[in-house]
Design a protein around this ligand. Sequence first.
Ligand code: G1P
Ligand code: ZN
Length: 543
Amino acid sequence: MPMQNVRTTPIDGQKPGTSGLRKKTAVFKRPHYLENYVQAIFDGIGGIAGKTLVVGGDGRYFNDSAIQIILRMAAANDAAKCIVGQGGILSTPAASHLIRLRQAGGGLILSASHNPGGPDADFGLKYNGPNGGPASEAVTDKIFERTKTLDFYKIIAADDVDLGTIGTQTLEDMTVEIVDPVADYAALMQTIVDFDKIRALFAGGFTMCFDAMHAVTGPYAYAILEGELGAAKGTVINGMPSPDFGGGHPDPNPIWAKELMDKMLGANAPDFGAASDGDGDRNMIVGRGAYVTPSDSLALLTAKAHLAPAYSSGLSGVARSMPTSRAVDRVAASLGIECFETPTGWKFFGNLLDAGKVTLCGEESAGTGSDHVREKDGLWAVLLWLNILAETKKSVADLMGDLWAAHGRCYYARLDYEDVDSDKAHAMVDALRTALPSLGGKAVGGMTVENADEFSYLDPVDGSTSAGQGIRIAFAGGARAVFRLSGTGTQGATIRIYLEQLETDPDRLHLEPGTVLAQVRGAALALSDLTAMTGRVDPDVVT
Ligand code: G1P
Ligand code: ZN
């Protein structure tokens, strides 16, 4: 029996964050590093003997070799079966669906999301539970604890599994089933949106550009948009997944999806543009000459979801992460449904979705989703938009104009300061926290602080509390600034400042966001003393 218990040393300190563990690829490739983490996951979730696991990733460099290791370890840990996407490919939402569809004991998803891939870039791995969603804090804590004490891992010696051929193989006593990564996901989408209506839209000459950013959604977009729905050939661009995402950042925002933005803002722009990220859970929506912020997209989908078959009887409620703009709150209020505010990270939506309290949810970071899976879902958001466009026959710009006229417009921007010295970043947040009690009523940069606090979330389903989830400063007149440190960066600290300004004056709904936000930006920088505290002047990225 070629089973080995490999002696190892603990990898203390590797706490999985909001979306699993992300590190430089070279770290994951260190001897025994991946193996230690995988064994800590298996032990942390109470063992995998007799369980079925779903395994797949976004196709980035090291995806396939890592899967071979995971399969040999799953066999050594007595898993009954692993269901693997062909070629090792599964988008995050497709993996979430497969876990639920097959009632698996969970899944391992290999991705560093929108971070670049390659030998000198990033890799990641996360465990999703039997509900198809990211592991809860309690589970990631157990995995983390296990990394501190682990002194051996289990692996069998065996030849590589053939990941390219659909069908069933065996690895010792474990079954390995290789499945089409797209088929089940496409079938799910057919139950949610009206494929016939969207087909008719495209048949009528509607044009679209979908930028897969050389990442995992390429195969899904070809099959669904150009295949099932009849969008013109060439609708999908950058559709071949590549191990380094064509050398780019597979991050769907106006900065990194520049090729798409240029098309949409240029002459002869298509009617509709969209992009998705490395692992297919994020989305960017852009109309002809009209970029839609993710916060506004969530508000629009909430207002119009009833036009799609799956949501025709209305939404039970909606949720947004705290830094996401309050546009969706205003739509929810008009619909008479509840709007929940959760900490950043998809795992907080899971309980609300499982309990049936919300149907749609989303984040300012280009994540939108619904109760069909337990992850955000890029292509689903695009399809729901298409369904709405097909039903209303309006342009993206007109839909947004109507939304703002009805509910006001929440101008919005996020400033990211990347690779900041970690001590300095923490010192800045600590100083803000200390100042909170004295901020109420304070005048700064022409604005007055109405309320300032640090967000703490009481989960209405399981009663757990998550404290320290970001600093919120509300100003008189509908402006807000939020400060938090990223939990997903792989180098130094990333400071995020989120700015928002509500405008309800009909004459002020079509202004340049940067101009409208200038005052709250000045106030936020003054309150945090960012430049003095960190030495940074301009943000690296503004989205
Ligand atoms: C970022 C986003 C957050 C998202 C997470 C995982 O986390 O801000 O909304 O859930 O990536 O995709 P952060 O780096 O801000 O902790
Ligand atoms: Zn992602």
